[in-house]
Design a protein around this ligand. Structure first.
Ligand code: SF4
Length: 260
């Protein structure tokens, strides 16, 4: 029996946008990036955090769970996975920030014949990525900005390791969906989208690119965590605008879709 434990901040059932079919999303705590548009800011720090609500109540984000505890939760919906071609998606934060725990979780899923997906920023040690790769059926791999300096400015880290890891996964034949969180004024310019399309097009293994429109759904969490939300004035892109941007990415020949 697996004994590894890790820090989880949420488990959501019946999800439809993070991999095929009906899925359970398991959110692991900790992320090496600090994107100001992040809608799961309670997932950024590795340790527990207190969220203070408007009505005076408090909730702790993050609890230690064992592999078997997580598996017990995700197995509740096995019937839905079987019917819909769904499974389990590990998200965050970035699940690769708890590589040993992620590996044990994936192993346990595979032992129970569950389909697996991992959503990642890609900012991780290649050794950790390569070790879990054989256990991952689908990668949901974020690409935010192609220029390393702009990437550093907006997320706190360069994208070199992210791009290298993506190339490595593609070369290893991994099944990949590249996701671009489209944030107006940050990464929605033609130069960035063209460069992203070109980069993805030269990788063999990519199935498609998904453009995820910026939204403010996580904004209230910032207040609850005592954090500043700095994108108040950023508009949520409309359907027409998203189509225009998707067309730019598609010029490179990659199959492009709006939404997850
Ligand atoms: S990579 Fe994802 S989880 Fe991490 S800070 Fe950015 S948006 Fe949030």
């Amino acid at each position: 029996m697996a004994t590894a434990e890790g820090m989880i901040f949420d488990i959501q059932r019946y999800a439809l946008h993070d991999g095929a079919g009906i899925r359970t999303l398991v959110f692991l705590k900790g992320c090496p990036l600090r994107c100001p548009w992040c809608h799961n800011p309670e997932g950024q720090q590795k340790g527990q955090q207190v969220m203070r609500y408007e009505d005076g109540t408090e909730k702790v984000a993050g609890r230690r769970m064992g592999v078997e505890d997580v598996l017990r939760e995700v197995e509740k919906d096995t019937i839905f996975y079987d019917q819909s071609g769904g499974g389990v998606t590990f998200s965050g934060g970035d699940p690769l920030l708890q590589p040993g725990f992620l590996r044990e979780l994936l192993k346990a899923c595979k032992a129970h014949d569950l389909s697996t997906a991992v959503e990642t920023s890609g900012y991780a040690r290649w050794e950790d990525v390569a070790e879990v790769a054989p256990l991952v059926d689908l990668w949901l791999y974020d690409l935010k900005l192609m220029d390393p300096e702009r990437h550093r400015t907006w997320t706190g880290v360069s994208n070199r390791r992210i791009l290298r890891n993506l190339e490595g996964l593609a070369a290893a034949g991994a099944r990949l969906i590249v996701r671009i969180p489209v944030v107006p004024g940050v990464n929605d310019d033609r130069a960035n989208l063209e460069a992203t399309g070109r980069f993805v097009a030269q990788l063999d293994a990519i199935a498609e690119v998904h453009l995820l429109p910026y939204h403010r759904a996580g904004m209230s969490k910032y207040d609850r965590l005592g954090m500043d939300y700095t994108l108040d004035d950023t508009p949520e892109p409309g359907e027409e605008e998203m189509e225009r941007l998707a067309a730019i990415v598609q010029e490179s020949g990659v199959r492009t879709k709006i939404g997850g």
